[in-house]
Design a protein around this ligand. Sequence first.
Ligand SMILES: *[C@@H]1O[C@H](CO)[C@@H](O)[C@H](O)[C@H]1NC(C)=O
Ligand SMILES: *[C@@H]1O[C@H](CO)[C@@H](O)[C@H](O)[C@H]1NC(C)=O
Ligand SMILES: *[C@@H]1O[C@H](CO)[C@@H](O)[C@H](O)[C@H]1NC(C)=O
Ligand SMILES: *[C@@H]1O[C@H](CO)[C@@H](O)[C@H](O)[C@H]1NC(C)=O
Ligand SMILES: *[C@@H]1O[C@H](CO)[C@@H](O)[C@H](O)[C@H]1NC(C)=O
Ligand SMILES: *[C@@H]1O[C@H](CO)[C@@H](O)[C@H](O)[C@H]1NC(C)=O
Length: 477
Amino acid sequence: MPIYSSLPVYAILLLLSWLFSSVPLCAFDNRLVAGKPLSPGSVLISQDGVFALGFFFPSNSTKNHHYVGIWYNGIPERTVVWVSNRAAPITTNLSSANLAVTSSSDIVLYDSDGHVLWTTNNNISIDKDAVASVEAVLDNTGNFILRSLADSAILWQSFDHPTDTLVPGMNLRLSHNTLPLQHLVSWKGQHDPSPGEFSYGANPKSLLQCFIWNGSRPHLRSPVWTNYLNMDRFKKSAIYLALHYTGDEVYMSFGMPTGSFILLVRMEIDYSGKVNILSWDSNMLVWRALYVEPQHECNMYGYCGPYGYCDNTEIVPVCKCLDGFEPTDGKGWIAGSFSQGCRPKEVRRCTHGDGFLAFPGMKVPDKFLHVLSKSFDECTEECRSNCSCVAYAYSRMSNMDIDGDDTRCLVWMGDLIDMENNTQGGENLYVRTRILQGDMRKIKTLEIVLSVVSSFLVLICLGLIWIYAFRGWKLLL
Ligand SMILES: *[C@@H]1O[C@H](CO)[C@@H](O)[C@H](O)[C@H]1NC(C)=O
Ligand SMILES: *[C@@H]1O[C@H](CO)[C@@H](O)[C@H](O)[C@H]1NC(C)=O
Ligand SMILES: *[C@@H]1O[C@H](CO)[C@@H](O)[C@H](O)[C@H]1NC(C)=O
Ligand SMILES: *[C@@H]1O[C@H](CO)[C@@H](O)[C@H](O)[C@H]1NC(C)=O
Ligand SMILES: *[C@@H]1O[C@H](CO)[C@@H](O)[C@H](O)[C@H]1NC(C)=O
Ligand SMILES: *[C@@H]1O[C@H](CO)[C@@H](O)[C@H](O)[C@H]1NC(C)=O
């Protein structure tokens, strides 16, 4: 816990140093208007001086690859949060490349030969006279917004087209009736903004969990959400990561409450497939990781094989078999090859008298079926009555429901894959076994006690704002 406990002090230090280091930069323009394109060497700077937009090259070794992007203006180590033409760098003579607002209400990036390298693709035809009534503004949140001056309607904004980074105020669409889902897509390399192998977003089949993907394969999976977090509570905390559910859309937001002190934070998926939440330390002039995932290879998707789980309560996280299971390949397991996973110690025949063994503190497995509108007892019965059902888990989405259903009964009909164990967080996983009725009762009593304890914990956490924010991340990522 050393990182957590040092945070408040660290936050105050950051605040103070930020106040002294911020210089008003009103002299620069924050808007792009028709007839005055942006050329290499010039930049747009947001009114508060925090963000800059312009041409850049990612490293000295690739000086012939130029991009247009948004970065932090006051940070010496250039940190790019958005790139327009990530798949189409300017590789020819840079000097007459430019970024312009056009007569079709678009922002367009031209190379020196006048070829279009990137465009916002609005293609709204309006009168020639009306061109002057469109402008693109780099606002204080780092959002580049193209809008009509007549009615202020937003025609396009960079926040709707995330690259590899979320900054406060930006949302990630996890589910929508008509619009496509949004993903963060990593850079290809440390100095190569072109789209890389790794992406972060929701599972299109179930918005109950998020994934980091390596190509099309899962690389890391979030815990299944047990509770939609109450936004009103989170508004009080310094940094939050939360889910929002509107009629036809679910989105994730990452941010700080408006009016709070300024702190530069961002969430990115890096070229190596890690999701990081970083905060700028303006004393040491480095980005500090507040949160990194995966932390250990044991946390990677399916690392411990079927019926195996990563035990994070050990100093070095290690693969283990669930109670009643043993390594399928004993020698391989000892040699550190866990992909074969575990098998039952004895073959059991399913009977209707079967009970369930509760494993607490678990990140429950992937590939569940979400059975709608069930009470806890009905969920137990749903699994007990079907011999294909291996396990179940139950939760109520106390703060928000989906289409009027706040229950979350998950059942597993196949191998249990990608589990982890934690001391904090996690939930009960009930795995089919044969135990006596008396033991069942014990488990139920235990569960009631646990739920009382955890709501008590929530109350404590409301006071500990920073720590609460971290609990939120652990829950959601
Ligand atoms: C890149 O080149 C500039 C000058 O051309 C130099 O100041 C800078 O240190 C170089 N950066 C790296 C990472 O080598
Ligand atoms: C780039 O173009 C400008 C003007 O179009 C010209 O003056 C300059 O010599 C060119 N540079 C190179 C390296 O071709
Ligand atoms: C823009 O729309 C016009 C007609 O509405 C079409 O002719 C033109 O090809 C479109 N341009 C682009 C870049 O899509
Ligand atoms: C990503 O997947 C490729 C194969 O598709 C594999 O070679 C590579 O090791 C994976 N990367 C990581 C970090 O797991
Ligand atoms: C997970 O860890 C906790 C705390 O160490 C332990 O009580 C529990 O039995 C573990 N769960 C499993 C499935 O091993
Ligand atoms: C058990 O569940 C599976 C998968 O949902 C289903 O195909 C099967 O019909 C069920 N069996 C019974 C007896 O309900």
